[in-house]
Design a protein around this ligand. Sequence first.
Ligand code: FAD
Ligand code: DHB
Length: 389
Amino acid sequence: MRTQIAIIGAGPAGLLLSHLLHLQGIESVVLESRSRADIESTIRAGVLEQGTMDLLNETGVGERMRSLGALHHGIELAFDGARHRIDLTELTGKAITVYPQHEVIKDLVAARLAAQGQLLFEVSDVELHGVETSRPSVIFRHGGEACSLEADFVIGCDGYHGVARPAMPEQNLRKDFQRIYPFGWFGILVESVPSSDELIYAQHERGFALVSTRSPTVQRLYFQCDPSDRTDNWSDDRIWTELHARLENRDGWKLKEGRIFQKNIIGMRSFVSTPMQAGRLFLAGDAAHIVPPTGAKGMNLAVSDVWLLARGLEQFYRKGGEELLNSYTADALKRIWRAEYFSWTMTRLLHTFADATPFEREMQRAELENIVSSRALATSLAENYVGAF
Ligand code: FAD
Ligand code: DHB
């Protein structure tokens, strides 16, 4: 098999890249290790920045997002028993849409299949070859057969645990940056109506909590937990008691309960691997960087990486130029480091660190007070939250 671009991974990065390339007349094949049903049902991110919404709309895959997603103009920060609204639209002129990542995946898979795009699901034993030459290839197994795909470029969109990053040549020249946090997030999906019109990010001495939504009948809630804890240790009663305690406030607002139908625990890390390219291999999305979820940036960063790559590949094929491809790592890292900084700041601001001194806890509270009482600081938070493309 031969194609122009071999894409490993059908997450938001891989599928959107394939879609953007198709719109420019560039052919690609996407190789995914999981089944279509699996990628279309895995619960992950929920928040789309303005730039992500605009790109999905402009490239013809925003229809379901516009009808099923919830457009939000603000978020709330809760601490010391009170809620404080950050008016994103008034402060920045932009908004966000709460629309589940797996719905974005469904929209992109549908668009690729409608355009006769090549998506191979349930591939295994993926190996990259010759990425330092101009004829790279990927070998893999599919439907019980050994297959080989030759391409001009290989793009690793296969997430943090994928095979592309370890296959980068010159591993000795790589520089990785990492921070692992001493807590995780316990996430639940609940059958109920929304408790709030907007997302609530709550700081509490018992730990962080987040009220988000999925639809008018399904809600998404998270709370800080021990990353090595197990979901079996948490009965529904214990979860509700914890959430009520962390989200309680003095204005009479109440969290609505419902049937919990999914529980999961995720660890939290900040990670950046550089460079994001070597020869004919490029990395995009979680394959190259991870943010803790507090800033809602992960999927949005994957989108902005592939937008840059699509521009670079378009320049290569249309004009024979390689400037944009050559500057991909530098261009992408500018936004990535800002998002890393924002995600780290939000994490530090809102979580309870077991080893924090009483002085450090007061500093955390004072920082929150500063943000909600200063238009300048609230604007800075809002600008970062809605994102800059
Ligand atoms: P992935 O989505 O991880 O996709 C990689 C794909 O590659 C997968 O389908 C995988 O099966 C496949 N793959 C892996 N290895 C191979 C292989 N060897 N061969 C073939 N295929 C392979 N981000 C936000 O922007 N906003 C949020 O609100 C947000 N909330 C989050 C909440 C949670 C609980 C979590 C876990 C994450 C959240 N994120 C959020 C982060 C976001 O989900 C990720 O950043 C995003 O999925 C990255 O997309 P990706 O395409 O780079 O990687
Ligand atoms: C969701 C996830 C996040 O990481 C976040 O900051 C806000 C919302 C969500 O899954 O809805």
